[in-house]
Design a protein around this ligand. Structure first.
Ligand SMILES: Nc1nc2c(ncn2[C@@H]2O[C@H](COP(=O)(O)OP(=O)(O)OP(=O)(O)O)[C@@H](O)[C@H]2O)c(=O)[nH]1
Ligand SMILES: [Zn+2]
Length: 344
């Protein structure tokens, strides 16, 4: 498709996407990127500017065949209808809250995930680990952002604890309200790059987005001082542009605060984030070892020898079990759907 239009380049249009469009399609379709999703409609941006179009797909498909924030679409220049969703570089999804048999798409084509956690009493290493598993599964690069540095007497301990989770893991400590403090985060969000923020409600995701953008565009809410729990303030998912002077010129996607992060179909992510533990399991005498009281269990031996942290093994075990349980329901539902050929 030749040299991309400047708007497309800024939106992150790369050869990965242009390579999916034939010369003929390139002449008869328009590529646009989804900035936000509303009921029945999506707001898209392309070389003809920003517009709201119907989110209807040409054919009824699986949950993942619906457009989500960050998606690249080919649309019909006349009808403005969606012709196709281009293959994604990454996909961030989760079980729908209240119905974990259904999948909810959060964002697509995300390069980096800011795993946001706060340095107050809510700091929880197991939760950060969960988000790292999710990041692997999404296919994005993780950066742990610890907010509310000002509220902890010993934030360096928390940084060290987070760094210890994974070799080479990037961990940034910030006061999310302070532009000077968050400025270095812009380097993860350069021209054409997309960053999504994940983390529990109230950790300061919207505050980070606002500070990075130098605006108060997104509503934030005071959290109750007593329990440190935030109220849910972010409802719409949206891509926000960082202007060149505010940052690298990339895009930020704020995601709804998650009360609890349900894990399903994350087996690969669990294996990778806990590669130290999974490597040891290969040494167990029985391949189906439950690391209980079987003879020849390498996990128990490694814990006894002080080579593995029992708390980390426990967190791994919990995540792996949760994944099996949740993936089970998803799989059953899918099989039922295929059999009935029905709608979602
Ligand atoms: N002291 C301090 N307060 C912060 C910091 N970052 C955010 N806050 C405050 O924490 C509260 C919650 O921040 P939000 O940005 O709304 O949190 P959120 O993660 O977007 O929450 P949801 O939208 O519910 O997911 C607000 O009162 C912010 O002002 C920080 O670095 N230090
Ligand atoms: Zn074992």
């Amino acid at each position: 498709m030749g040299t991309p239009h400047p708007v497309l380049a800024q939106l992150g249009w790369t050869s990965f996407f242009s390579g999916q469009v034939s010369a003929e399609q390139g002449a008869t379709c328009l590529p646009v990127r989804v900035l936000s999703v509303h009921r029945g409609r999506v707001t898209v941006l392309g070389e003809e500017g920003e517009e709201s179009i119907s989110s209807r797909m040409p054919a009824q498909g699986a949950a993942e065949d619906r457009p989500t924030v960050g998606d690249w679409l080919l649309i019909d220049p006349t009808t403005r209808g969606i012709l196709r969703i281009l293959t994604r570089t990454s996909l961030f999804k989760r079980p729908t809250p209240g119905d974990d048999r259904r999948v909810q798409l959060i964002a697509a084509n995300v390069d980096t995930l800011f795993v946001v956690a706060s340095c107050n009493q809510d700091f929880n290493i197991a939760r950060i680990e969960r988000y790292l598993v999710l990041t692997r599964e999404v296919g994005a690069r993780p950066v742990v952002v610890l907010t509310k540095a000002d509220l902890s007497p010993t934030p360096d301990h928390l940084v060290a604890a987070a760094r210890a989770l994974q070799a080479g893991l990037q961990v940034e400590l910030v006061d999310g309200r302070d532009p000077a403090s968050v400025a270095r985060l812009a380097s993860y969000c350069g021209f054409g790059e997309t960053v999504a923020l994940v983390g529990s409600s109230g950790v300061g995701k919207s505050t980070l987005v606002n500070t990075l953008r130098g605006s108060d565009g997104i509503q934030t809410q005071s959290i109750r001082e007593d329990d440190g729990k935030g109220r849910h303030t972010t409802t719409v998912r949206e891509m926000h542009r960082l202007t060149d002077d505010a940052g690298g010129g990339g895009w930020l996607v704020d995601t709804p605060g998650m009360r609890e992060l349900q894990m399903s179909e994350v087996a690969t992510g669990v294996t990778e984030v806990f590669d130290d533990v999974t490597a040891v399991t290969l040494e167990c005498r029985f391949t189906n070892c439950t690391h209980g009281d079987e003879p020849g269990c390498a996990i128990r031996a490694a814990i006894a020898a002080g080579d593995l942290d029992p708390a980390r093994v426990e967190r791994w075990d919990k995540l792996a079990r949760e994944d099996v349980a949740n993936s089970g329901v998803v799989a059953v539902r899918r099989a039922r759907l295929q059999k009935g050929g029905g709608r979602r």
